[in-house]
Write a protein that binds this ligand. Sequence first.
Ligand SMILES: [Fe+2]
Ligand SMILES: [Fe+2]
Length: 289
Amino acid sequence: MPDILQVSDLHFGGVFLPDRAAGVHRVAERRRPDVVVIAGDFTQRARSRQFNAARAFIDRFEAPIVVTPGNHDLPVYRLIERTVAPYRKYRDSIEASLDQVHSFDGLTIVALNSTRPLRVTTGSLSSSQLDFAADAFGRAPAGDLRIVVTHHHVAYPPAFRAPRAMIGGERVVSRLEQLGVRVLLAGHLHSTLIGDSIRLMPRLVAGVARRDGLIISQSGTATSTRGRGPERGKNSFNYISIGPEQTVVTHYGWNQSNQAFESVADHAFPSGAGAAGDEPADARGGEEG
Ligand SMILES: [Fe+2]
Ligand SMILES: [Fe+2]
């Protein structure tokens, strides 16, 4: 089963840290992931030269890449461009399609664009985008692990309360749980959060029974000075190893002394949808780490 390297919030521009980028590539060269997911905010200000630098970063990976845009990939301060062609530079340099389906061995990944050009920082997913995911998973081989990638986060670390960035995130997670999605990958918060949705988001949509949670894997900023909350001044990313029985999400953090990303914690979950929901949330163990 595949390994996924998940990074986000590169923020090429004035806040970008080249030594962290080299550190991400060194981990990729050592662990050789099957897929690299980049969950948005490639640039700081959506400038062409920033996108070009991000493209060069992408092209150094050997593995196939799955991407989704972040709010910083839109020209926030260039109102005409934001109104007329908000994704033009992103499409030219990074990826032409905003919502995509990727099939790998045993894995179907749907990347959904959560940015909204008329909003500055918050995001959302429309019903038609969730229908797009449902259709993609409906066509996928039976038994494929189902993964969704988006930029805006849906949950917060306990010590870091802030306004929720994904408008309607509860509705989104509820729908994804019903679709049998096993892993949701996101960024934007600039602070790592890894856990089961039933534990992290105990109340979703009223009246909808929940049996199966999904693994929420939110990565911090891999290569910028913009770490927030518990990761203020820190850099991090996640690495997901999917085995037949167990999925392990490893949180990597930058060690300034060693000038390298190092494993901080392994968070282990059952791989199969359903396994996490068979017991009451407070009786399950293993996902904290
Ligand atoms: Fe960001
Ligand atoms: Fe963002």
